[in-house]
Structures are given as structure tokens and as C-alpha cells.
Design a protein around this ligand. Structure first.
Ligand code: GLY
Length: 404
């Protein structure tokens, strides 16, 4: 066994130890983040007054179930399957609350319903995942050949006026009317639902849409240096590109680190499903940009182009980048692959040694995450950081299902 695999083994032991009690304590929740006491919230709590898109339709709601499926396939312990299915049952409500659903159905239903179907063949899960796929396909703009992000009246975080000095789409401000032509880099993950559906039903149209979207993103989001923008606005009537926006990153022209991760890993997803070299090459370009900008100390900022101070970090972006680099490392010649693997290990070791809580004080493992650069709160926990950390460690070990 290689050194990296041995290291992964030791971390997996710690993940198992932590998730044993975290899963029991939160079995009836769908958590997003922890509070000041280290306790997880519950996005599936119907008694709480959520906005239309931040309760049961909250875009991260698939990651808790995803963590449970990762632990299930690792340990074989059926309690993880039972807890994952509680998420899935609750998420049936999303289809009833249709107005709050959005482009992120891939993030929501791939690690839950599709994972369940892949691992157990559960027919109800297949139905749920195909239903979500059809909703995603309905967001396709055929003239611009992209999947539209968000909806008209979904105000992020419930705010209805643009605060002075804030950019639309920054994660803290509402979306403007012009967002009918918006596409975002994150959707490179959501399209895995389309690939899965074509493989499952043998109907090629879902894969065709996924590839058209991937090509549009490749041509309009990825800059010549391999950095990517978060949001691109197209004219929804003509498909013409209008402008790019900084979105959750530092600003227009910058390199939001999580977006960089969505690009590396996202293009690898398209490569895995299609075998098209252009997607592998795009993942490579985005990865090389990361390699040139990962700081010496391995701590990943919110944006590779942000000022030195304040030194906002995003451990979640770090884990997404690590997962993408590990995927890439397996698909290129060995000497090049080792470079990507070592960069991923550096990031994961930094998280495990300095940004992880394996103790009893906090339900989440990964600390110091930031949802976006221009938001009031930084260095919080986020369930999808834990998901991508755990997934990456299994990937390094060479075990685990491919969820996307
Ligand atoms: N998909 C939104 C985010 O990465 O925060």
C-alpha cells in the first residue's frame, strides 16, 4: 500500500468514528450548517418558516444523504442506508413545492435518489431521480445551449433589495430580472443527472443536452489561463453572451476557488460519461491554474485572486478541488497524474491537520468554509464540505462509488 493510501486509511478511521455518533444524533434532520454550539440545523423541518428555496428545496439537501451512502458502502452498516432513505422520503416534498426547485437538482438527487438506485436498485429512487432529471432538462435554453440557473423570484437568502455596493448573484443579494439568461459553473455537477438518465433509459436526449451545456461552458467560462468565471449572462432570446459576473467570488474576472473546483471536477464528470478528450483537456487547464495558485501552506482562499487581507478561507472549495484533481490524476499519464495526486493530498492533509474537527464539540468535520466572498459570515461549516472531504478521502484510498 502506498503512503497516500495509508494516510487515507488513518483518516477514514477518524471519519468512521465521528460519523457513528453524528449520524445517530442527526438521523431525523437534513443538515446544512452548525450553530454556535456545534449542533446541526435541519433544512427539512416543516415547522420552520423557510423561504421557498431554503427549506426542503435548499440546494445542499442531497449531501447529508450522500455522506450516509458513502459510509454505507464503506462500512456495510445498514443504519446509514436507513438514515439516507429518511432524506430521500422527505425530499419527495420538493416536487410538491415545485416553485422552489432550481438548477441544483443534480446536487440534490444524485447523492440521494440516484445513489440509492445505483447501490440497491430501489425502484422508488429511480422514479425520483428521473423526475428531477426531467425538471432539469426543462431548464434548457435551446438557442443559447445552456441550462438556466436559478429562477426569477427566488431571492437568495430571502432578501428582496440589492444592498448598496453588492453585486447581484454574489450570494447575498437578490437576482435581477436579467437572470433568465444566466448560467453558472456549478451546473457542471448538475448535468451528471442528465448523463445518468441517458445511461439508465437509453434515451440520448439528456446526454445531448448535458454535452451542449458543457460545450457552452467550455467556450464561454474558461479563460485562456485556465481560470473560470462563476456566472455568464447570455441573451435568452439570441443566446449571445452578454457579460460575465464574479458571483460568489471576489469580482468580475477573478477566480472563485470553489468554482475552479466545480470546473476541474465537473469537466472530469463529463469526460467520464462521454470519453470526449476536449473535456479532459478543459479539466486539465483548470487544474493547472489551481496548481499555480495553491498557497504554500495549502490553505485555500475563497478566491485565488482575492486581496491578501482579509484572509478569507474556503475549506469546502479546497475539498472540491482535491476531488477533481484526484479524478484527473487517474486519467492522464502516470508522471502527470502524480503531480495532481500530490497537490490533492497536500490540500487534504492541510484540512485534516488544521481545519478538521474529529472530536465531540461540533457535528461537522470541516471548518473554515465560506459560502461566498461578499457575505457577512465567513469560516462556518457546510454539510457539502464534509461530503466532499469524505468523498475525496475514499477516492484517495481507491474505494467508494462514483456518485456523479
Ligand atoms: N453551488 C453553489 C455553491 O457552490 O455555493
Amino acid at each position: 500500500m502506498g503512503q497516500n493510501e495509508m494516510w487515507a486509511d488513518t483518516v477514514i478511521e477518524r471519519i468512521r468514528g465521528k460519523m457513528t455518533w453524528v449520524s445517530e444524533k442527526n438521523r431525523n434532520k437534513i443538515p446544512y450548517r452548525t450553530d454556535e454550539n456545534g449542533d446541526y440545523d435541519d433544512r427539512s423541518d416543516p415547522a420552520k418558516e423557510w423561504n421557498v428555496d431554503d427549506g426542503i428545496n435548499w440546494w445542499t439537501n442531497g449531501f447529508w444523504g450522500g455522506i450516509m451512502w458513502l459510509l454505507y458502502q464503506d462500512t456495510g452498516d445498514e443504519k446509514y442506508m436507513r438514515i439516507a432513505r429518511l432524506s430521500e422520503e422527505r425530499m419527495e416534498r420538493c416536487f410538491h413545492d415545485y416553485y422552489g426547485l432550481h438548477h441544483d437538482v443534480g446536487f440534490m438527487f444524485m447523492p440521494t435518489a440516484a445513489a440509492d438506485y445505483r447501490l440497491t436498485g430501489n425502484p422508488d429512487s429511480r422514479r425520483q431521480a428521473l423526475h428531477a432529471t426531467s425538471l432539469l432538462a426543462g431548464r434548457f435554453n435551446p438557442v443559447g445551449r445552456f441550462l438556466r440557473a436559478w429562477n426569477d423570484e427566488d431571492y437568495l437568502y430571502g432578501r428582496k433589495s440589492v444592498p448598496e455596493g453588492e453585486e447581484p448573484g454574489s450570494g447575498n443579494a437578490p437576482l435581477p430580472e436579467s437572470n433568465k439568461g444566466w448560467a453558472i459553473i456549478d451546473s457542471m455537477f448538475n448535468i451528471s443527472l442528465l448523463y445518468w438518465a441517458s445511461e439508465e433509459t437509453k434515451d440520448p436526449r439528456f446526454r445531448q443536452m448535458a454535452m451542449m451545456h458543457a460545450d457552452t461552458v467550455m467556450e464561454n467560462f474558461v479563460r485562456s489561463d485556465g481560470s473560470v468565471c462563476h456566472i455568464v449572462e447570455f441573451d435568452p432570446e439570441t443566446g449571445r453572451m452578454v457579460r460575465s459576473l464574479g458571483g460568489q467570488g471576489y469580482g468580475e474576472g477573478s477566480a472563485w476557488t470553489r468554482g475552479q473546483g466545480w470546473a476541474v471536477y465537473g469537466f472530469m464528470i463529463s469526460y467520464r460519461h462521454t470519453g470526449e478528450q476536449r473535456y479532459l483537456e478543459t479539466a486539465r487547464r483548470a487544474a493547472r491554474y489551481c496548481l499555480q495558485h495553491i498557497p504554500e501552506n495549502g490553505i485555500i482562499p475563497v478566491d485565488f485572486a482575492q486581496p491578501e487581507e482579509p484572509a478569507y478561507e474556503d475549506s469546502c472549495g479546497a475539498c472540491v478541488i482535491a476531488g477533481g484533481l484526484l479524478e484527473l490524476s487517474k486519467c492522464v499519464p502516470a508522471p502527470e497524474g502524480r503531480i495532481y495526486e500530490e497537490a490533492a493530498v497536500k490540500i487534504l492533509r492541510t484540512i485534516a491537520d488544521t481545519r478538521a474537527d474529529f472530536g465531540q464539540d461540533c457535528d461537522a468535520i470541516v471548518q473554515n468554509c465560506s459560502a461566498a466572498y461578499h457575505v457577512p459570515e465567513h469560516h462556518i461549516t457546510m454539510s457539502y464540505a464534509d461530503y466532499f472531504f469524505i468523498e475525496a478521502v475514499y477516492k484517495l484510498k481507491g474505494t467508494g462509488v462514483f456518485m456523479w
